[in-house]
Design a protein around this ligand. Structure first.
Ligand code: ZN
Length: 259
């Protein structure tokens, strides 16, 4: 007689797992998938270059990001397109890592324009396009809406301020924002990567490189600036900086410049 309750229990457990699996494999609702697809396909060139399976995975990661991270505007309304731009900037650098989740991010705060170190976005000398918060701002990222939008426009060039900030966040995942994202590559890569960075920094300083001289600030800025170029213009980056391309490809575990 004891067999019957056990059988019923096993049946219930099986049903539970069947239900969970079904929920997982159903993914995004079709309407949302269509909306995301249309907007991403129109505005995000990185997304356009993905195959169908990758596009669906990208949509899912965008959806998860928007579920997990709060996005709020200060002095500006946040549109659906802003949200997709922010989520895409977050997903592009981690798309090679499988189901990566940003552990050190709870909020993205969108300012209408560039801001200063006191977070003022009107008047004065404002040149900050984005920032990963520290201290009491830990877990928060600040972004300028104008810079965010420009990064996904046709005149973005090699630059994308939001991708830049998410790369800082990845760099910070090992506890140090130092241009060596130790969580993402094995130890023996660190020295050649540092050497390569320093060689290119000399070229930038001599005016012999098309990498934004802001990369000279320090190794962390070099990584973020080079990553913007790597994701924005992968073919040009691969042609002009083949060694850096190989290193970034190995750090980010993707090959956006493949023919
Ligand atoms: Zn930076």
């Amino acid at each position: 007689m004891i067999l019957l309750p056990i059988l019923i229990l096993c049946g219930l457990i099986a049903l539970y797992f069947l239900f969970i699996n079904k929920k997982k494999s159903a993914g995004l609702p079709v309407e949302l998938r269509d909306t995301y697809h249309l907007m991403l396909n129109e505005h995000i060139s990185y997304y356009q270059s993905l195959n169908e399976t990758e596009k669906i995975r990208f949509q899912g990661m965008v959806n998860d990001f928007l579920r997990d991270v709060r996005i709020e505007g200060v002095g500006t309304a946040v549109t659906e397109l802003d949200k997709l731009f922010i989520a895409s900037s977050a997903i592009i650098p981690v798309f090679g890592f499988g189901n990566w989740k940003y552990q050190n991010l709870t909020d993205v705060i969108l300012y209408p324009d560039t801001f200063d170190k006191d977070y003022q976005f009107e008047g004065g000398d404002r040149n900050i396009m984005g920032m990963v918060g520290s201290g009491y701002m830990n877990g928060k990222m600040l972004l300028s809406r104008s810079a965010l939008t420009k990064g996904f426009s046709n005149d973005a060039g090699n630059e994308n301020a939001a991708i830049h900030e998410f790369v800082h966040l990845l760099d910070k995942a090992d506890g140090a924002t130092d241009g060596i994202p130790a969580s993402f590559f094995t130890h023996e890569y660190a020295i050649p990567w540092l050497q390569l960075m320093h060689q290119e920094m000399l070229r930038i300083a001599a005016g012999d490189s098309d990498i934004n001289p802001y990369a000279l600030t320090n190794e962390a800025e070099f990584l973020a600036v080079a990553a913007e170029y790597f994701f924005e213009q992968p073919l040009a980056f691969k042609n002009k900086h083949p060694e850096l391309y190989i290193q970034l490809s190995s750090i980010f575990k993707q090959n956006p410049g493949q023919a």
